[in-house]
Design a protein around this ligand. Structure first.
Ligand code: COS
Length: 380
């Protein structure tokens, strides 16, 4: 077992840290306030190679490993989890599945521009009545011979506005239930696709989240990903990697809050000494440090399994569950350490607390992760 990061991994970590601390931090409070898409940062992240970083060089991507990827997401999310999720959804939910299951033609047409970050991707699975129970797809893709006719609504779609390529799931054979679902890839500007205004969210406010409506959208047959009826499995496989990105995002949020709590506790005095010298505060910091270390190790293990082509779905569910629940606990405690200052925007920890909440919800709630983990245990 080797816990040392390689030189390349350290370089990527440093590049993400530098960008986050030097550039993203400057206007993060304004982005949170205005809830606007961070176009300038998206462009910069593309130029730095983070959008498409895990796609193989054969398709124009960065060819980086999953360890580098989680390190980058952690560093970005320490400062701004909205940037973390844009990078995560693009790499894990959009690029990875197309690279793994797409045809050569699909890769040439859609993966190549996503691999360089020229085009951003989004993943459309959730629907008003199909969230945790993703088998209940109501968006219909009617087989019309050489094309599919798609109708229905997707919601809670991250990157819906900033993306121009959509990977979406739809039901083709309702009688076959989840085995009738298909996955497709399509350009957002295809006639018949419209978006709702973006959601006004509690946190991750500059990451765009919208509903997407399909109204008689014609999708060519060759845009189906995988065999007929492979869509549900496609979504489940892709989410295994997505959850790892969200685990890293949660870790970043937690680590960002911990750093701020540690710093504050070394500056603030109460009862004649620094608050870090009070056991009540020091023990909170210790708990934060232990949870962060544990989360990081779970994430590294899942990433290592993925990089070594071993099954990583359960490890990724464990990492996401633990990292996101820990992020929630740690950010709440960080607000407590900062007291009144923790409750105002200028000190960042209240924003990190708002951001942490979403990591327990999207790409499979904490309860869904427990279903996955417990089923695997019972199957052993
Ligand atoms: N990889 C490949 N196939 C998988 C899979 C995985 N990780 N997980 C499940 N499947 C397959 C099963 O093998 C089964 O296939 P067959 O019927 O052909 O044997 C099929 O999918 C259905 O599996 P299962 O019966 O376990 O489905 P459930 O309805 O019980 O749901 C969970 C399984 C809970 C894991 C799934 O619904 C889930 O992940 N839900 C959360 C979805 C989510 O994350 N939503 C957020 C959207 S993105 S913001």
């Amino acid at each position: 077992m080797n816990f040392e990061l390689t030189e390349e991994q350290l370089m990527i970590q440093q590049a993400a840290r530098d960008y986050a601390q030097r550039e993203a931090l400057k206007d993060v409070l304004e982005r949170d306030e205005k809830a606007e898409i961070p176009w300038e940062h998206i462009k910069n992240l593309r130029d730095l190679g983070f959008l498409g970083m895990t796609v193989s060089t054969e398709w124009g991507g960065g060819g980086m490993d999953t360890i580098s990827y989680v390190l980058a997401i952690e560093e970005l999310s320490k400062v701004d989890a909205s940037l973390g999720v844009i990078v995560s959804v693009h790499n894990s939910l959009a690029c990875w599945g197309v690279e793994k299951f797409g045809t050569q033609e699909q890769k040439e047409k859609y993966l190549r521009p996503m691999a360089t970050g020229e085009k951003i991707g989004a993943f459309l699975l959730s629907e008003p009545e199909a969230g945790s129970d993703a088998t209940q797809q109501r968006v219909i893709a009617e087989d019309k011979g050489d094309y599919y006719l798609v109708n229905g609504t997707k919601n809670w779609i991250s990157n819906a506005e900033c993306a121009s390529i959509y990977i979406f799931m739809a039901q083709t054979h309702p009688e076959k239930k989840h085995r009738g679902i298909n996955a497709f890839i399509i350009e957002k500007d295809t006639p018949g696709i419209t978006l709702s205004p973006h959601e006004d969210k509690l946190g991750m406010r500059s990451s765009d989240t919208n509903s997407v409506m399909f109204n008689d959208v014609k999708v060519p047959k060759e845009n189906r990903l995988g065999e007929d009826g492979f869509g549900f499995k496609y979504a489940m496989k892709v989410l295994e990697g997505g959850r790892l990105g969200i685990a890293a995002q949660a870790l970043g949020i937690a680590a960002g809050a911990k750093e701020r709590a540690v710093q504050y506790s070394k500056e603030r005095k109460a009862f004649g000494k620094l608050i870090c010298e009070h056991q009540a505060i020091a023990f909170k910091l210790a708990d934060m440090g232990v949870k962060i270390e544990a989360a990081r190790n779970l994430i590294f293990k899942a990433a290592w399994l993925k990089d070594n082509n071993m099954p990583f779905g359960i490890a990724s569910a464990i990492a996401k569950l633990y990292a996101s629940d820990s992020a929630m606990e740690i950010t709440v405690e960080a607000v407590q350490v900062l007291g009144g200052y923790g409750y105002v925007k200028e000190y960042h920890v209240e924003r990190l607390m708002r951001e942490a909440k979403l990591t327990q919800i999207y790409e499979g709630t904490s309860e869904i992760q427990k279903i996955i983990i417990s089923r695997a245990m019972l199957d052993e």
